[in-house]
Design a binder for this molecule. Structure first.
Ligand code: R5P
Length: 329
């Protein structure tokens, strides 16, 4: 934000421990060193942060996806925001490339929390002035914030890659009805037909996939999702598609690759030829090696340009060209 003289506040980029590589890549693109801070745990498990330089009046960006371990990373983010707030930062932006708890955005049954809203309140209460997030599981989470909120999308990055590997015989597949809008966005962007699977969730890690709506016979499926967590959704989708006669060389594309639980085993089906995710969540080298066929595209250029524009009070939607017309929100 500019001051009364119209000058930009000096940017400072900081990182929690969730995805330091991404924060470093963003800082490098902006020509800024990553801010110095010491993060440590007390013997009882409490988090402590010490900012190691004065940040008074500066435009602070804290890069911290609330990816697994979700609670650790969330508390770390909150404590960092509090430290910057109390150190008289000019403005604090929490950059959450991946927003954990987004799947708890409404009550599905009685006596449940709406944790996505609680997290939004915690971030604001800690002292953030703005939040930047990418491909929220439920775009309506934007409305959970009364502070400034910029919702970005990595779809153009993923679609850009898919454009280089697509063929006319491909079919875009939504693995459940909740992803139809998102998958349709890819289908239109890539000029491919769309098929939709019907998925019923039986428990936190148990789903059942039934009907296929659309033509998949003989076609190569490109399964689209916002996130891959345990890999169960993709595993079931692949089984259903193969039973329906789809070609056994499936591509999977999702913004966030969490790869928790037994995701690696679930995604090791020979029919899965390539998994494409972004680096909103850090994908450790061990997971990349175990998966073998994973392509990780970087959102660092998108986030660096977003930060540059926020600092100069420039348009963020202009970043996406004509893309907002098709945004799934
Ligand atoms: C569900 O609505 C989401 O879009 C994903 O399909 C789901 O969260 C992926 O989780 P998992 O990999 O554990 O099936």
């Amino acid at each position: 934000m500019g001051d009364v003289m119209g000058n930009c506040r000096q940017i400072a980029i900081y990182s929690g421990t969730a995805n330091i590589e991404l924060a470093e890549a963003i800082a490098a693109r902006l020509g800024e060193p990553l801010g110095r801070r010491e993060l440590r745990r007390f013997p009882d498990g409490e988090t402590h942060v010490q900012i190691e330089q004065s940040i008074r009046g500066r435009d602070i960006y804290i890069v911290q996806p609330t990816s697994p371990p979700v609670n650790e990373n969330l508390v770390e983010l909150l404590i960092m925001i509090d430290a910057f707030h109390r150190a008289s930062a000019g403005q604090i932006t929490a950059v959450l490339p991946y927003y954990g708890y987004a799947r708890q955005e409404k009550k599905s049954t009685g006596r449940e929390p709406i944790s996505a809203r609680l997290v939004a309140d915690l971030i604001a209460t800690a002292g953030a002035d703005r939040v930047v997030a990418i491909d929220l599981h439920a775009p309506a989470i934007q409305g959970f914030f009364s502070i400034w909120m910029d919702h970005l999308t990595a779809v153009p990055i993923l679609a850009g890659y898919l454009r280089t590997v697509r063929s006319a015989d491909d079919v875009i597949v939504a693995p459940d009805t909740g992803r139809v809008k998102l998958a349709d966005l890819y289908a239109r962007s890539l000029g491919l037909p769309l098929a939709v699977l019907y998925k019923r969730r039986l428990g936190p890690q148990q789903t059942e996939t039934g009907a296929v709506v659309g033509e998949v016979g003989g076609r190569r499926p490109i399964i689209i999702d916002d996130m891959i967590s345990t890999g169960t959704t993709v595993q079931r989708a692949v089984e259903t598609l193969l039973t329906a006669g789809a070609a056994p060389d499936v591509i999977v594309a999702a913004t966030h690759g969490l790869f928790v639980d037994e995701a690696v085993q679930r995604l090791s089906a020979p029919a899965i030829k390539e998994i494409i995710v972004t680096d909103t969540v850090h994908v450790p080298a061990t997971i990349r090696a175990a998966l073998g066929r994973v392509t990780v595209l970087s959102v660092a250029p998108l986030l660096a340009e977003t930060i540059r524009r926020l600092n100069r009070n420039e348009s963020i939607s202009a970043l996406f060209g004509s893309f907002p017309d098709h945004h799934p929100v």
